[in-house]
Design a protein around this ligand. Structure first.
Ligand code: DGY
Length: 386
């Protein structure tokens, strides 16, 4: 089998970098060409099977920028290394598609793109929350089917979020941004479960609550729950923001769904396998008042049979980071990771990566997930903006 067709930018460049999909924006191309790279971009819009990726790498390359829809396992990472690869950059903040332990054994740094999709993904989770709570997809279909004959007191009643209880499972950056949006906008109380306490979130809600009280308004509260079960029992809306690992696979299964309120809302904009999708279909079938808003699927892009027939489920195609600004910024960070490793620059080590989006970009790698295990140097704090 020959390699999939590629479009080449800067054919005279001395280091070949393989890009497995067209990426938006220009800045990422400028970063790579300025660093003397020849860029081979695979033209196929389909998710690439591993043997196609390996065929692309064959012939030599110093780096690859790949997608979350691809499996970067030991065999493919070894092919990258054997081709002369010095770094793999994932065009995503998540990296469950990459065998990090194998990359580390092969001394391959693995780059990711955090910091530019936090609010973007949180906004999508908010959009799903409202779509589920207020039955937006059902209403849209109702109109298009020509069934609207006039306003009725009980037509498509949804649920009010105002001062309800928000459950967050995984209170990292995206979970926290989502919580803040619903606390500020809809005065929801937060109950979260995360292995680590999120002091910043708790303090933020406490400060906001003081502000509300000073203005004669009802306070809001935030507390960490000891267990996932406690969140599921108490929350009106539960949003999943945990990373996918072997221990979080099917974090939400049949018995746990059964703990949720009959009219609760479950949102997943993280990774599909966090939810046992067959159990979710069963649960939504037998609980007409329960609603789910899904951006990700257990066996993406396939859907569990029956899921798309359920009126109480809103489904969108993995759009969490899908804004033009974010997708361009992700491409910039992926290219910056490649350029930095090729130049032996240190690792940024700060959450704020905005300075990579304008010139002059820092001489650093925005995010290398196995940096510590590889002993890569970090940027001195003095080299970063305060
Ligand atoms: C990610 O980056 O991990 C998202 O799922 C897609 O942007």
């Amino acid at each position: 089998m020959g390699p999939p067709e590629c479009r080449t930018i800067n054919p005279g460049g001395s280091h070949r970098v393989v890009i497995t999909k067209e990426l938006p924006g220009e800045r990422w191309l400028a970063l790579l060409t300025t660093a003397g790279c020849r860029i081979d971009i695979c033209a196929s819009p389909e998710p690439l099977p591993s043997d196609h990726i390996r065929a692309l790498l064959d012939g030599g390359c110093v780096a690859a920028i790949g997608q979350l829809t691809e499996t970067w396992d030991e065999q493919t990472l070894t092919a990258l290394k054997d081709a002369g690869g010095a770094v793999y950059a994932n065009y995503a903040v998540g990296y469950d598609n990459v065998d990090i332990a194998a990359a580390t054994r092969l001394s391959l740094p693995v780059g990711t793109t955090p910091g530019v999709l936090t609010e973007t993904t949180a906004e999508l989770a908010v959009a799903l929350t409202f779509a589920a709570a207020r039955r937006i997809a059902e209403g849209d279909k109702f109109m298009r089917d020509g069934r609207y004959t006039g306003w009725l007191p009980a037509l498509l009643l949804g649920r009010l979020l105002w001062h309800g209880t928000l459950g967050i499972i995984g209170a990292g950056r995206i979970g926290m941004a989502y919580a803040r949006m619903l606390v500020e906008g809809h005065k929801m109380d937060v109950v979260y479960h995360d292995p680590a306490r999120n002091k910043a979130l708790e303090e933020y809600v406490a400060d906001y609550s003081r502000f509300l009280q000073e203005h004669g308004r009802k306070p809001v509260h935030c507390r960490r729950a000891d267990s996932v079960e406690e969140v599921l029992r108490q929350a009106d809306v539960v949003s999943l923001h945990a990373v996918l690992t072997e221990s979080t696979r099917h974090l939400i299964d049949g018995p746990r769904l059964a703990l949720m309120k009959d009219d609760a809302i479950l949102i997943n904009s993280s990774r599909g396998p966090l939810v046992d999708e067959a159990a979710l279909v069963e649960h939504c079938r037998s609980h007409a008042q329960f609603r789910a808003g899904l951006d990700v699927y257990e066996d993406e892009p396939a859907l569990q049979p029956g899921l798309a027939d359920l009126p109480n489920v809103v489904i969108v195609p993995h759009l969490g980071s899908a804004t033009g600004w974010t997708r361009k910024a992700m491409a910039t960070l992926a290219a910056a990771n490649v350029v930095a490793v090729l130049n032996h620059w240190p690792v940024w080590g700060a959450a704020d990566v905005r300075s990579f989006l304008t010139d002059p970009a820092p001489k650093a790698a925005p995010s290398i997930v196995n940096a510590a295990d590889l002993g890569l140097p970090g940027c001195p704090a003095t080299a970063r903006p305060a």
